[in-house]
Design a protein around this ligand. Sequence first.
Ligand SMILES: O=C(O)CCC(=O)C(=O)O
Ligand SMILES: [Fe+2]
Length: 509
Amino acid sequence: DIYTSSKKIEDMVLLEEQTLEKLLVDVSRLGDDQARSYFSEFYQGRIIKVKARQRDVLLDYLKHPNGVYLTMKQFVADYKGIRSVLNTKDEITKDFSVVATEDDLAGARKSFIRLQEVYGLEPRDMIRGNYLGYSGPALSVLDAFQVGQVAFSEGKLNSSASWLEATLDLKRNSSSWSNEYPSEGQIIALLGRAHLRMKHDDIAENLFRKSVILDPSNGDAFELRKELQTKPRVSENILNENEKNFRSLCSLQNKLKTGKFDPRLVCKYSVASPPYNRFKQEVISISPYVCLYYQVITDDEGTHIIDFTRKKLDRGKTERGGASVRSESRTSELSFVYDRESEVVQRMGQKVAAITKLDTSQDPSGFPFTGEPFQVVNYGMGGHYDVHLDPFDGDARKNNLDVMENCGNRLATFLIYLNEVDVGGSTAFTSADLVVKPVKNMALFWYSFTPAGELENTTYHAACPVVIGHKWVTNKWIWTYGNTFKRRCGLTANATQYDIEQDMINGWV
Ligand SMILES: O=C(O)CCC(=O)C(=O)O
Ligand SMILES: [Fe+2]
């Protein structure tokens, strides 16, 4: 996928010259004169356009969801012809993997819906390019209609109706009179189908009549005619508490725990193990224990770990039914870096140990292990991660019994933000009522188990969709194995990390 990584979207555009040069070489190797002459013509026209681009203008454009969408759409259209000529050749297919496809556009339409739903945006504003006060390019009638279609087919009927109403307004107000698809009648018919599914039968009847007058032959009117007899219904997905909280926290972007003043929530210098001295720490929640550490890495370290993984990014997956699968619940691209792959990254791992007083020294290349390799994650257009817990549970647990028996589970998460996101992209703790906005080089740290070894059910968290800008994070999961004598027990079953923190700093187990 391309749309799931801001890096891949940028590369598609900024490194297009390299892609073209590579294609030129690979096509010439085919020994197929027709293919060569076809590509040569494409190349001549394209390279002029590519060279005329302005890097800064483009980078700015690609911070905006509409800019990303329209850029991908342009690439899909521009490469369609050459793709269909050359795609039959295996040697060439991989060269095209850096160019967006119809699948990316389909994914991006779902991102629009997610942004709308999570942040309560109005499709009208989004179509105009207005996202929470940030402006960008506008979408066309067809673009907006296609988003409405996706929402419809996903059973998100309220959302579909508001996209279609906005599409209709745009169609009516567009100055150019045209028979361009979709017609007004078609938009109205699909809107009717959405209303019918929401049990608004009268509205649907009404829209049907309007639709056939305007465009008697449109496919959606045809469907709607049948459906007015069969009355298909779809009930809207009801959000659970976590999902509702997710939306309100994401909109807030940055908020610490609600409730009474708590003198334990402090900013202080936390003493680290040698060779480090101390780090600025902010305790933001006692139970679950969550804190922030500022300036935990240098800009150079952050750049290094990003550079190390930028060529290896792959779609983030989730565990389902015994397999690791792509899913709409996690839209990002990621890669892992092991200590042995880079001295800089190994030192970063040692720094995590010095700050947390936990052992991170062995990664899964040795077994059993204490720390996972750093996971580096890049989010693209509307990129997010739904509410989840980090420790292995359910299927993930069943499929990794050997690991679970030998290494325990993910005890704690140390998540470092590698850049600042213009709008969105916060990390939300949906049960603990916390939300943290990314600050470059700042770490978010929490324990997923209590000192008594119980799972902290209050550490449900999620990555809010990125609205404007990009998001890069890296995290290390620290396991129970190897930390048996580092993370001490509490004196009571209810003890929280707060109660034992000072003892850990003092090195008392
Ligand atoms: O990116 C974030 O803010 C959170 C990511 C996360 O929860 C994860 O990768 O497990
Ligand atoms: Fe997580």
